[in-house]
Ligand binder design. Sequence first.
Ligand code: URA
Length: 433
Amino acid sequence: MNPSQLIIKKRDRHSLSQEEIRYFISSFVKGDIEDYQMSAMLMAILLNGMSEEEIYWLTNEYIDSGVTLNFPESQGRCIDKHSTGGVGDKLSLMIAPLAAECGVMVPMISGRGLGHTGGTLDKLESIPGFQTQIPLDRFQEIVRENNFAIIGQSDNIVPADRKIYALRDVTGTIESIPLITASIMSKKIASGVDALVIDLKVGNGAFIGTMEHARQLAESISKIAMDFNKKIIIHFTDMNSPLGRYIGNAIEVIEAIEFLKGNMEPDLKEVTYQLVADMLILAGISENFDEAEIMMDQAIESGRALERFRKGIELQQGNPEVIDDYSLFPQPKHKIEIKAHRSGFIKNINSKGIGYALIDVKAGRKQTKDKIDYAAGLKLLKKVGDKVTKDELIAEIYYDNDHGNKAAKEIENCFEYSEDEITTTGRLLGTHK
Ligand code: URA
């Protein structure tokens, strides 16, 4: 087969066969198809879409590019959650230890930052020593010992997603239903879960801007779940403004630790509790949300969920003392205070704008080879619905390059104000039926 003929076939809106998809993905993983050819193919897929059958074969090829794990001893308790990507989304850092403490086994395979959104692996790697690339038998041992572990795609597990994900991040090819479906579902199926909870983010800061598009993605994901015989619950959640108060890497881990210490931002609590409750219900541990809520409150109040996170850090070779001493995280060199340019109620905080401004200060990548500055980030002192007066402090940006002032200005412009009081609704927008 000839790669350029297959690119032309997709460019001209024809369907690719199972053999063609297999050839293209496996040759790319082996290094026989170049990045520029894969980039062209990804763009053709983004523009022209894929049939249900093509998405199935694409997901299958991603999975087959590496090994598939299984946890027979889990007896249906092996459940993961995955998010479609957002700004300030540190949910995995709280959900994995909390669900683990409540009895779920969570073998989580996560990704790095994608476009304007952050990635769980980058956040975890801000913990000194933390390893997201560990041998798969060690990963399984840790899951068995501590009920959760979080690693990245590797040469052994979904290597196709590892390579393609990095390319999509820098080639404008993220927002494609077939590509998102294959990327998420391959990681989850390869990790050996029995069932899955999806946090499908919708809005300006997500890859999916409208409910109509979100429903299409949900449909695509649930078809693949059905094809692979996995139970699934899909929640639509609002991603128009950043989640929680911290956006970046190290500072998001700190916010997650604070959450596990019981200091919970309301929006983080709303989404975390709902998603963990669903995991407990799918695992047959709780009958309903109220029962799950009691378990989660006990896990947090007793400090057991926090201790599980501490142990998880230690087992993946991170320094667990960060839990008690935040000065052990990489520290920012500079800070700029951002002030309200007018009085009023905060109507919206443009999370995509914030995500891109933070890439300028190296909280995310412009190119795959870019190194992240783990200390760079943003703290929101005010959130949607808050009343502010002109020149009141609304946020602080942390950075260590020449772009701090420009990023601060852009972030200031991400705040929209209203004369009228704003009534905030929750983050949960409903489930896919
Ligand atoms: N998360 C993933 O793992 N893959 C995507 O394509 C988008 C979000």
